[in-house]
Design a protein around this ligand. Structure first.
Ligand SMILES: O=C(O)CCC(=O)C(=O)O
Ligand SMILES: [Fe+2]
Length: 289
């Protein structure tokens, strides 16, 4: 298939293997239980070939076509996205600086008819994701820039170690790097109660191999991940090809809009909705970023 026009969810997703509309049947229950097991134990699960092989080339091409719309701004960051003042202890892992060289295509620059847009907004898909994460409800972000993004990591760049602000993330690789560009993560290295700065410091200083997992992802695989407690990164990309991944952001509460400062950092601009929502943000825990 070369075009995504008029493609139903059944044509897009391998629903023989992943019966999204029949989650209470034997096949659906088995897929859910497998996904929940991975999320519980490791904070991560991968559903290989979620997109049917006949559409994987379209998926790759559609995203490669929009990748030049990414906002580039190599920023110096740390794991916690925190300001580093003179009071911060010398050995605090927040003092380790990285270059965040990945770039995001914002949702308002992703065509509504593309495969990733249609999957993001599909209610059957959303119900499936909610069940995997054991959530009663799940909502698209109200944020018209960050709800759905394409993450572009060009050769020579990396998406360095970090924690996510969101409790859970849904993503899909759409183009592999020739070399490098591996998703690496340290399951549950921190909790809502304990930052574990010693463990985090070990990873940042290259002593975290024993606790680091590396995922082999192919275009069209769906990844569910809990990134609030698991330190993770995309390792430096080598070779000629950029690594592309679609990130589907949802929240448990309706109406979520990103902060002005973070939005400007990621996309180089804000919309009136970000200015209006400023100051109304609610956080569920007191962890650094
Ligand atoms: O692109 C990926 O696979 C990971 C992206 C990520 O960790 C993030 O956007 O927070
Ligand atoms: Fe992340």
């Amino acid at each position: 298939m070369s075009t995504s026009e008029a493609t139903t969810l059944d044509e897009l997703v391998d629903t023989d293997r992943y019966p999204l509309a029949d989650l209470d049947g034997a096949g659906g229950r088995s897929v859910l239980s497998q996904a929940r097991k991975g999320l519980l134990a490791e904070g991560c699960t991968v559903l290989p070939d979620f997109i049917r092989p006949s559409l994987q080339r379209t998926l790759q091409q559609e995203c490669a076509d929009i990748a030049p719309r990414a906002h580039y701004d190599v920023a110096t960051v740390n794991v916690y996205n925190m300001a580093v003042g003179p009071d911060l202890p010398e050995d605090h892992p927040g003092r380790t600086a990285f270059e965040r060289g990945n770039a995001f295509v914002a949702r308002d620059r992703i065509p509504g008819g593309s495969l990733i847009s249609r999957l993001y907004s599909d209610e059957t898909f959303q119900r499936f994701i909610a069940r995997c994460f054991d959530l009663d409800e799940l909502h698209e972000l109200e944020d018209r820039l960050s709800g759905l993004v394409l993450n572009v990591v060009e050769p020579g760049m990396e998406h360095p170690w970090h924690f996510d602000t969101n409790e859970f993330t849904v993503s899909m690789l759409t183009q592999e790097a020739e070399e490098g560009g591996v998703f690496e993560y340290c399951p549950n290295i921190r909790s809502a109660q304990e930052e574990n700065f010693d463990g985090v410091r070990d990873v940042l200083q290259g002593r975290g191999d024993a606790r680091t997992r590396r995922l082999l992802l192919r275009p069209g695989d769906l990844q569910l991940f809990k990134g609030r407690f698991s330190l993770h990164r995309v390792s430096p990309v080598r070779g000629r090809l950029a690594r592309h991944s679609a990130i589907f952001a949802y929240s448990e509460r309706p109406g979520v809009v990103g902060s002005v400062s973070r939005t400007r950092q990621l996309f180089g601009r804000v919309l009136p909705q970000h200015l209006q929502a400023e100051g109304r943000a609610v956080r569920g825990d007191r962890l650094l970023d």
